[in-house]
Design a protein around this ligand. Structure first.
Ligand SMILES: *Cc1c(COP(=O)(O)O)cnc(C)c1O
Length: 381
Protein backbone atom coordinates (compact mmCIF):
# COMPACT_ATOMS: atom_id res chain seq x y z
CA UNK A 1 0.00 0.00 0.00
CA UNK A 2 1.45 3.31 -1.10
CA UNK A 3 0.56 5.65 1.78
CA UNK A 4 0.49 8.79 -0.29
CA UNK A 5 -2.50 7.57 -2.31
CA UNK A 6 -4.61 7.13 0.80
CA UNK A 7 -6.68 9.28 3.13
CA UNK A 8 -6.09 7.52 6.45
CA UNK A 9 -6.44 4.07 4.86
CA UNK A 10 -9.24 5.07 2.46
CA UNK A 11 -8.92 5.90 -1.22
CA UNK A 12 -6.06 4.33 -3.17
CA UNK A 13 -6.02 3.27 -6.80
CA UNK A 14 -7.97 0.07 -7.38
CA UNK A 15 -7.73 0.33 -11.16
CA UNK A 16 -6.42 -1.69 -14.13
CA UNK A 17 -2.68 -1.41 -14.79
CA UNK A 18 -3.36 0.67 -17.92
CA UNK A 19 -4.69 3.54 -15.80
CA UNK A 20 -1.66 3.83 -13.53
CA UNK A 21 0.53 5.89 -15.87
CA UNK A 22 -2.28 8.32 -16.85
CA UNK A 23 -3.00 8.82 -13.13
CA UNK A 24 0.71 9.39 -12.42
CA UNK A 25 0.88 11.96 -15.19
CA UNK A 26 -2.24 13.70 -13.88
CA UNK A 27 -0.71 13.78 -10.41
CA UNK A 28 2.53 15.36 -11.70
CA UNK A 29 0.67 17.90 -13.83
CA UNK A 30 -1.65 18.86 -11.02
CA UNK A 31 1.18 19.30 -8.52
CA UNK A 32 3.06 21.60 -10.84
CA UNK A 33 -0.05 23.72 -11.62
CA UNK A 34 -0.91 23.91 -7.93
CA UNK A 35 2.43 25.62 -7.19
CA UNK A 36 2.31 27.78 -10.31
CA UNK A 37 1.39 31.40 -9.49
CA UNK A 38 0.37 32.02 -13.09
CA UNK A 39 -2.09 29.09 -13.04
CA UNK A 40 -3.56 30.21 -9.72
CA UNK A 41 -4.01 33.80 -10.83
CA UNK A 42 -5.70 32.76 -14.10
CA UNK A 43 -8.04 30.53 -12.11
CA UNK A 44 -8.92 33.26 -9.58
CA UNK A 45 -9.65 35.64 -12.40
CA UNK A 46 -12.04 33.17 -14.08
CA UNK A 47 -13.72 32.28 -10.79
CA UNK A 48 -14.30 35.97 -10.12
CA UNK A 49 -15.28 37.31 -13.51
CA UNK A 50 -16.89 34.27 -15.13
CA UNK A 51 -18.30 32.17 -12.29
CA UNK A 52 -19.31 35.03 -9.96
CA UNK A 53 -17.07 34.42 -6.94
CA UNK A 54 -16.85 35.19 -4.12
CA UNK A 55 -20.40 34.07 -3.40
CA UNK A 56 -22.06 35.90 -0.48
CA UNK A 57 -22.30 34.52 3.04
CA UNK A 58 -25.83 35.55 3.94
CA UNK A 59 -27.23 35.71 7.48
CA UNK A 60 -30.70 34.25 6.94
CA UNK A 61 -33.25 36.16 9.01
CA UNK A 62 -35.97 33.57 8.51
CA UNK A 63 -33.84 30.54 9.41
CA UNK A 64 -32.20 32.34 12.34
CA UNK A 65 -35.60 33.17 13.78
CA UNK A 66 -36.90 29.64 13.18
CA UNK A 67 -33.87 27.96 14.76
CA UNK A 68 -33.19 30.52 17.50
CA UNK A 69 -29.52 30.98 16.57
CA UNK A 70 -27.52 32.63 13.78
CA UNK A 71 -27.85 30.68 10.54
CA UNK A 72 -25.73 31.71 7.58
CA UNK A 73 -26.14 30.50 4.00
CA UNK A 74 -23.07 30.18 1.80
CA UNK A 75 -24.65 31.11 -1.53
CA UNK A 76 -23.17 28.60 -4.00
CA UNK A 77 -26.60 28.73 -5.65
CA UNK A 78 -25.50 32.04 -7.14
CA UNK A 79 -22.58 30.50 -9.05
CA UNK A 80 -22.67 30.37 -12.84
CA UNK A 81 -24.64 27.26 -13.98
CA UNK A 82 -26.42 27.20 -10.60
CA UNK A 83 -24.24 25.20 -8.23
CA UNK A 84 -20.78 24.71 -6.73
CA UNK A 85 -19.90 22.22 -9.51
CA UNK A 86 -18.51 24.99 -11.72
CA UNK A 87 -15.54 25.54 -9.30
CA UNK A 88 -14.20 22.09 -10.07
CA UNK A 89 -15.11 22.16 -13.77
CA UNK A 90 -13.20 25.41 -14.28
CA UNK A 91 -10.22 24.30 -12.20
CA UNK A 92 -9.81 21.01 -14.03
CA UNK A 93 -10.67 22.61 -17.38
CA UNK A 94 -7.79 25.04 -16.92
CA UNK A 95 -5.56 22.13 -15.88
CA UNK A 96 -6.42 20.41 -19.18
CA UNK A 97 -5.59 23.57 -21.15
CA UNK A 98 -2.29 24.13 -19.34
CA UNK A 99 -1.20 20.53 -19.89
CA UNK A 100 -2.05 20.44 -23.59
CA UNK A 101 -5.10 18.16 -23.53
CA UNK A 102 -7.69 19.33 -26.04
CA UNK A 103 -10.42 16.70 -25.49
CA UNK A 104 -12.47 16.74 -22.32
CA UNK A 105 -14.55 13.75 -21.31
CA UNK A 106 -16.78 13.47 -18.25
CA UNK A 107 -19.45 11.29 -16.68
CA UNK A 108 -22.75 12.71 -15.53
CA UNK A 109 -25.73 11.33 -13.64
CA UNK A 110 -28.38 14.01 -13.25
CA UNK A 111 -26.55 16.19 -15.75
CA UNK A 112 -25.38 19.00 -13.45
CA UNK A 113 -21.73 18.05 -13.73
CA UNK A 114 -22.17 17.56 -17.48
CA UNK A 115 -23.52 21.09 -17.81
CA UNK A 116 -20.71 22.63 -15.73
CA UNK A 117 -18.10 20.69 -17.74
CA UNK A 118 -19.67 21.65 -21.08
CA UNK A 119 -19.64 25.32 -20.03
CA UNK A 120 -15.97 25.11 -19.00
CA UNK A 121 -15.05 23.38 -22.27
CA UNK A 122 -16.91 26.05 -24.28
CA UNK A 123 -15.08 28.77 -22.37
CA UNK A 124 -11.67 27.21 -22.99
CA UNK A 125 -12.39 26.16 -26.58
CA UNK A 126 -12.01 22.44 -25.88
CA UNK A 127 -13.85 19.50 -27.42
CA UNK A 128 -16.27 18.00 -24.91
CA UNK A 129 -17.90 14.57 -24.70
CA UNK A 130 -20.26 13.63 -21.88
CA UNK A 131 -21.05 10.01 -20.96
CA UNK A 132 -24.55 9.55 -19.62
CA UNK A 133 -26.68 6.47 -18.94
CA UNK A 134 -29.78 5.77 -21.05
CA UNK A 135 -32.06 6.13 -18.04
CA UNK A 136 -30.60 9.47 -17.05
CA UNK A 137 -30.83 10.82 -20.60
CA UNK A 138 -34.57 10.09 -20.49
CA UNK A 139 -35.08 11.58 -17.01
CA UNK A 140 -32.94 14.69 -17.43
CA UNK A 141 -34.02 16.08 -20.74
CA UNK A 142 -33.44 19.71 -19.74
CA UNK A 143 -29.80 19.18 -18.87
CA UNK A 144 -29.22 17.12 -22.03
CA UNK A 145 -30.46 20.10 -24.06
CA UNK A 146 -28.30 22.52 -22.06
CA UNK A 147 -25.18 20.41 -22.67
CA UNK A 148 -25.89 20.26 -26.40
CA UNK A 149 -26.41 24.03 -26.54
CA UNK A 150 -23.04 24.44 -24.85
CA UNK A 151 -21.50 22.41 -27.65
CA UNK A 152 -20.99 19.03 -25.97
CA UNK A 153 -21.53 15.62 -27.58
CA UNK A 154 -23.47 13.13 -25.51
CA UNK A 155 -22.56 9.44 -25.53
CA UNK A 156 -25.40 7.23 -24.36
CA UNK A 157 -24.24 4.47 -22.01
CA UNK A 158 -26.53 1.50 -22.48
CA UNK A 159 -24.83 -1.11 -20.35
CA UNK A 160 -24.76 -1.82 -16.60
CA UNK A 161 -27.24 0.11 -14.49
CA UNK A 162 -27.71 2.64 -17.34
CA UNK A 163 -27.11 5.45 -14.83
CA UNK A 164 -24.16 7.16 -13.12
CA UNK A 165 -22.22 4.00 -12.15
CA UNK A 166 -22.13 2.78 -15.74
CA UNK A 167 -21.28 6.27 -16.99
CA UNK A 168 -18.19 6.44 -14.73
CA UNK A 169 -16.98 3.05 -15.97
CA UNK A 170 -17.52 4.02 -19.61
CA UNK A 171 -15.59 7.28 -19.14
CA UNK A 172 -12.66 5.51 -17.49
CA UNK A 173 -12.55 3.01 -20.38
CA UNK A 174 -12.51 5.82 -22.93
CA UNK A 175 -9.70 7.64 -21.09
CA UNK A 176 -7.24 4.73 -21.28
CA UNK A 177 -7.65 4.58 -25.05
CA UNK A 178 -5.97 7.97 -25.56
CA UNK A 179 -4.59 9.51 -22.35
CA UNK A 180 -2.19 11.63 -24.43
CA UNK A 181 -5.02 13.84 -25.76
CA UNK A 182 -7.92 13.19 -23.43
CA UNK A 183 -8.52 14.82 -20.08
CA UNK A 184 -11.01 13.04 -17.81
CA UNK A 185 -12.80 15.73 -15.81
CA UNK A 186 -14.24 13.80 -12.86
CA UNK A 187 -17.19 15.41 -11.08
CA UNK A 188 -16.85 14.72 -7.35
CA UNK A 189 -14.17 13.92 -4.76
CA UNK A 190 -14.36 10.21 -5.64
CA UNK A 191 -12.41 7.85 -7.91
CA UNK A 192 -8.73 6.85 -7.81
CA UNK A 193 -6.07 9.15 -6.36
CA UNK A 194 -5.36 12.01 -7.19
CA UNK A 195 -8.97 12.87 -8.15
CA UNK A 196 -10.34 13.15 -4.59
CA UNK A 197 -7.54 15.59 -3.73
CA UNK A 198 -7.86 17.64 -6.93
CA UNK A 199 -11.62 18.05 -6.57
CA UNK A 200 -11.28 18.90 -2.86
CA UNK A 201 -8.67 21.57 -3.59
CA UNK A 202 -10.75 23.25 -6.30
CA UNK A 203 -13.77 23.43 -3.98
CA UNK A 204 -11.79 24.62 -0.95
CA UNK A 205 -12.34 28.14 -2.24
CA UNK A 206 -15.80 27.83 -0.61
CA UNK A 207 -14.43 27.35 2.92
CA UNK A 208 -11.64 29.89 2.41
CA UNK A 209 -14.19 32.56 1.55
CA UNK A 210 -16.36 31.67 4.56
CA UNK A 211 -13.30 32.14 6.80
CA UNK A 212 -12.93 35.70 5.57
CA UNK A 213 -16.64 36.50 5.46
CA UNK A 214 -17.87 35.34 8.86
CA UNK A 215 -17.52 37.97 11.62
CA UNK A 216 -16.31 35.36 14.17
CA UNK A 217 -15.47 31.66 13.86
CA UNK A 218 -18.48 29.41 13.12
CA UNK A 219 -19.58 26.75 15.64
CA UNK A 220 -21.13 24.32 13.16
CA UNK A 221 -20.73 23.83 9.40
CA UNK A 222 -23.39 21.80 7.62
CA UNK A 223 -23.42 20.54 4.03
CA UNK A 224 -25.18 17.85 2.03
CA UNK A 225 -23.14 14.83 0.93
CA UNK A 226 -23.55 13.05 -2.39
CA UNK A 227 -20.05 12.23 -3.64
CA UNK A 228 -18.94 14.71 -1.01
CA UNK A 229 -17.39 17.61 -2.93
CA UNK A 230 -19.31 20.67 -1.72
CA UNK A 231 -18.98 19.46 1.88
CA UNK A 232 -15.25 18.69 1.73
CA UNK A 233 -14.75 22.07 0.04
CA UNK A 234 -16.33 23.99 2.90
CA UNK A 235 -14.87 21.74 5.67
CA UNK A 236 -11.22 21.55 4.58
CA UNK A 237 -10.05 25.09 5.46
CA UNK A 238 -11.48 24.60 8.99
CA UNK A 239 -10.10 21.08 9.48
CA UNK A 240 -7.55 22.02 12.15
CA UNK A 241 -10.01 23.93 14.32
CA UNK A 242 -11.27 20.92 16.27
CA UNK A 243 -13.91 22.97 18.10
CA UNK A 244 -15.85 23.50 14.91
CA UNK A 245 -18.42 20.77 14.43
CA UNK A 246 -18.79 19.40 10.88
CA UNK A 247 -22.09 17.80 9.88
CA UNK A 248 -22.50 15.96 6.57
CA UNK A 249 -26.12 15.33 5.59
CA UNK A 250 -26.83 12.33 3.36
CA UNK A 251 -30.12 11.37 1.74
CA UNK A 252 -31.74 8.51 3.64
CA UNK A 253 -31.80 6.28 0.55
CA UNK A 254 -28.11 6.89 -0.30
CA UNK A 255 -26.52 7.09 3.13
CA UNK A 256 -23.17 5.38 2.43
CA UNK A 257 -21.51 6.84 5.52
CA UNK A 258 -24.29 6.41 8.04
CA UNK A 259 -25.50 3.02 6.77
CA UNK A 260 -22.83 1.46 4.55
CA UNK A 261 -19.79 -0.83 4.79
CA UNK A 262 -16.21 -0.42 3.58
CA UNK A 263 -15.55 -1.64 0.05
CA UNK A 264 -14.15 -0.58 -3.33
CA UNK A 265 -16.04 1.38 -6.00
CA UNK A 266 -14.70 3.33 -8.98
CA UNK A 267 -11.09 2.82 -7.99
CA UNK A 268 -11.23 3.84 -4.34
CA UNK A 269 -11.80 2.25 -0.97
CA UNK A 270 -14.57 3.96 0.98
CA UNK A 271 -17.95 3.41 2.63
CA UNK A 272 -20.47 1.90 0.22
CA UNK A 273 -24.01 0.61 0.08
CA UNK A 274 -24.55 -3.07 -0.78
CA UNK A 275 -27.77 -4.95 -1.37
CA UNK A 276 -28.52 -8.32 0.27
CA UNK A 277 -26.70 -10.18 -2.52
CA UNK A 278 -23.51 -8.24 -1.94
CA UNK A 279 -23.95 -6.14 -5.09
CA UNK A 280 -23.63 -2.35 -5.19
CA UNK A 281 -27.03 -1.15 -4.11
CA UNK A 282 -29.38 0.81 -6.35
CA UNK A 283 -29.98 3.99 -4.43
CA UNK A 284 -32.84 6.43 -4.47
CA UNK A 285 -33.20 10.06 -3.50
CA UNK A 286 -35.56 12.83 -4.50
CA UNK A 287 -32.35 14.85 -5.03
CA UNK A 288 -30.66 13.53 -8.19
CA UNK A 289 -27.22 14.83 -7.14
CA UNK A 290 -27.23 12.72 -3.96
CA UNK A 291 -28.17 9.52 -5.77
CA UNK A 292 -24.83 7.65 -5.58
CA UNK A 293 -23.96 4.38 -3.78
CA UNK A 294 -20.49 5.51 -2.75
CA UNK A 295 -18.83 8.54 -1.20
CA UNK A 296 -15.43 10.25 -1.37
CA UNK A 297 -12.70 8.44 0.61
CA UNK A 298 -11.74 11.49 2.64
CA UNK A 299 -15.21 11.49 4.21
CA UNK A 300 -14.67 7.88 5.29
CA UNK A 301 -11.48 9.08 6.95
CA UNK A 302 -13.37 11.96 8.66
CA UNK A 303 -15.96 9.44 9.86
CA UNK A 304 -13.40 7.00 11.30
CA UNK A 305 -11.63 9.83 13.10
CA UNK A 306 -14.95 11.28 14.26
CA UNK A 307 -13.90 14.59 12.73
CA UNK A 308 -17.35 14.90 11.12
CA UNK A 309 -20.77 13.51 11.97
CA UNK A 310 -22.87 12.01 9.20
CA UNK A 311 -26.63 12.11 9.51
CA UNK A 312 -29.49 11.52 7.10
CA UNK A 313 -32.68 13.22 5.99
CA UNK A 314 -35.53 11.63 4.07
CA UNK A 315 -37.27 12.84 0.90
CA UNK A 316 -40.27 14.37 2.64
CA UNK A 317 -38.16 16.30 5.18
CA UNK A 318 -36.02 17.66 2.33
CA UNK A 319 -39.10 18.65 0.34
CA UNK A 320 -40.53 20.45 3.36
CA UNK A 321 -37.32 22.47 3.80
CA UNK A 322 -37.27 23.22 0.05
CA UNK A 323 -40.74 24.73 0.24
CA UNK A 324 -40.14 26.48 3.54
CA UNK A 325 -36.99 28.30 2.44
CA UNK A 326 -38.59 29.30 -0.86
CA UNK A 327 -41.60 30.81 0.87
CA UNK A 328 -39.93 32.34 3.91
CA UNK A 329 -36.59 33.51 2.58
CA UNK A 330 -37.27 33.91 -1.15
CA UNK A 331 -34.51 31.46 -2.03
CA UNK A 332 -35.38 28.26 -3.94
CA UNK A 333 -32.67 25.81 -2.85
CA UNK A 334 -31.60 22.73 -4.81
CA UNK A 335 -33.21 19.56 -3.44
CA UNK A 336 -29.68 18.40 -2.53
CA UNK A 337 -28.99 21.53 -0.46
CA UNK A 338 -32.47 21.24 1.08
CA UNK A 339 -31.21 18.17 2.98
CA UNK A 340 -28.71 20.36 4.85
CA UNK A 341 -31.36 23.01 5.51
CA UNK A 342 -33.78 20.33 6.77
CA UNK A 343 -31.25 18.96 9.25
CA UNK A 344 -30.56 22.41 10.70
CA UNK A 345 -34.31 23.05 11.03
CA UNK A 346 -34.78 19.73 12.88
CA UNK A 347 -31.92 20.20 15.33
CA UNK A 348 -32.31 21.95 18.71
CA UNK A 349 -30.19 25.10 19.09
CA UNK A 350 -29.60 27.16 22.20
CA UNK A 351 -29.25 30.70 20.96
CA UNK A 352 -25.59 31.54 20.83
CA UNK A 353 -24.41 29.32 17.98
CA UNK A 354 -23.29 30.38 14.56
CA UNK A 355 -24.30 27.77 12.00
CA UNK A 356 -23.14 27.88 8.39
CA UNK A 357 -25.07 25.90 5.75
CA UNK A 358 -23.47 25.35 2.38
CA UNK A 359 -26.31 26.11 -0.02
CA UNK A 360 -24.73 24.07 -2.78
CA UNK A 361 -27.14 24.98 -5.59
CA UNK A 362 -30.38 26.53 -6.71
CA UNK A 363 -33.62 24.63 -7.13
CA UNK A 364 -34.85 25.84 -10.51
CA UNK A 365 -33.66 22.53 -12.00
CA UNK A 366 -35.96 20.62 -9.62
CA UNK A 367 -39.24 22.40 -10.36
CA UNK A 368 -40.48 19.94 -13.02
CA UNK A 369 -39.74 16.98 -10.76
CA UNK A 370 -41.61 18.52 -7.87
CA UNK A 371 -44.61 19.48 -9.94
CA UNK A 372 -44.85 15.93 -11.27
CA UNK A 373 -46.04 15.02 -7.74
CA UNK A 374 -49.82 15.18 -7.79
CA UNK A 375 -50.31 16.39 -4.23
CA UNK A 376 -47.90 19.30 -4.76
CA UNK A 377 -49.41 20.26 -8.08
CA UNK A 378 -52.90 20.42 -6.57
CA UNK A 379 -51.74 22.61 -3.73
CA UNK A 380 -50.26 25.32 -5.90
CA UNK A 381 -53.00 25.36 -8.52
C1 LIG B 1 -24.08 17.40 -7.51
C2 LIG B 1 -24.68 18.20 -6.43
C3 LIG B 1 -24.52 17.85 -5.07
C4 LIG B 1 -23.85 16.58 -4.61
O1 LIG B 1 -22.51 16.45 -4.92
P1 LIG B 1 -21.32 16.61 -3.88
O2 LIG B 1 -20.16 16.09 -4.62
O3 LIG B 1 -21.65 15.80 -2.66
O4 LIG B 1 -21.23 18.05 -3.55
C5 LIG B 1 -25.03 18.68 -4.10
N1 LIG B 1 -25.71 19.80 -4.43
C6 LIG B 1 -25.91 20.17 -5.72
C7 LIG B 1 -26.67 21.41 -5.99
C8 LIG B 1 -25.40 19.39 -6.75
O5 LIG B 1 -25.61 19.75 -8.02
Amino acid sequence: MDEKYYYGGFGGRYVPESLIEPLNELDRNYKSCKKDKNFQSKLSDILKNYAGRPTPLYLSGALSEYCGCSVYLKREDLCHTGAHKINNALGQGLLAVETGKRNIIAETGAGQHGVATAAAAALFGLKCTIYMGTKDIKRQHNNVVRMKLLGADIVEVQEGDKTLNAAVNATLRRWVQDPENIYYLLGSCVGPHPYPAIVRDFHSVIGKEVKEQIPDRPDVIVACVGGGSNSIGIFTPFFKDKNIRFVGVEAEGCASLSKGKVGVLHGAKSYLLYDKNGQIKKTHSIAPGLDYSGVGPEHSFYKERSRAEYVNINDSEALKAFRWLSKNEGIIPALESSHAVAWVMKEKWNGGQKVVINLSGRGDKDIDEIFSMEEIKREYE
